[in-house]
Unconditional design. Structure first.
Length: 165
């Protein structure tokens, strides 16, 4: 919290909500042998496959917002668990394509059902999934996610060099 703010800052609240959601999803999908990060990967892969796409690890990383190296690590673990297949892209031998196995599709469908129930619980105070407040909240989150965010550039002003803020 900042000194000038009478309550929690928006950043603190976003962080708290993200942690609350991650913990809830982790608990919900743990009986299926998944973590929240793995769920994010398989649920995204499920949606992309239903749309007729067989994404590369890079494409899935871009879609989920996860680092490519992390997606690779998750994909290897999911492959070991028999939930996804990793194959070389015939158009680009450097790229690895991902697809859910039959077992992976089954587990993912179960996980999606559980997470949808959680989402309904989370959004109930706003009126539920289809409520106007939820749509407005979703629009606001999308606006924030679309905004570029980069670390501040240090000021090279000579008067501040050598001084600790």
């Amino acid at each position: 919290m900042s000194k000038g703010s009478p309550g929690p800052t928006p950043g603190f609240l976003v962080w708290r909500l993200a942690n609350k959601w991650r913990v809830a999803v982790d608990r919900a999908v743990a009986p299926l042998g998944l973590t929240h990060a793995q769920y994010s990967l398989v649920a995204s892969l499920h949606a992309m496959q239903r749309a007729g796409e067989r994404p590369s690890q890079r494409r899935l990383a871009d879609h989920t917002g996860l680092e490519a190296l992390y997606v690779s690590k998750l994909a290897r673990a999911l492959e070991s668990a028999g939930l996804i297949e990793r194959t070389r892209d015939p158009r680009d031998p450097r790229a690895v394509q991902l697809a859910l196995t039959e077992r992976g599709q089954d587990v993912t469908r179960q996980a999606i059902t559980l997470v949808q129930e959680l989402l309904q619980q989370l959004l109930e105070p706003l009126g539920g999934l289809d409520a106007p407040r939820t749509r407005a909240f979703t629009d606001e989150l999308t606006t924030l996610l679309d905004a570029p965010l980069a670390p501040p550039v240090p000021d090279n002003d000579e008067s501040t060099q050598g001084k600790t803020p």
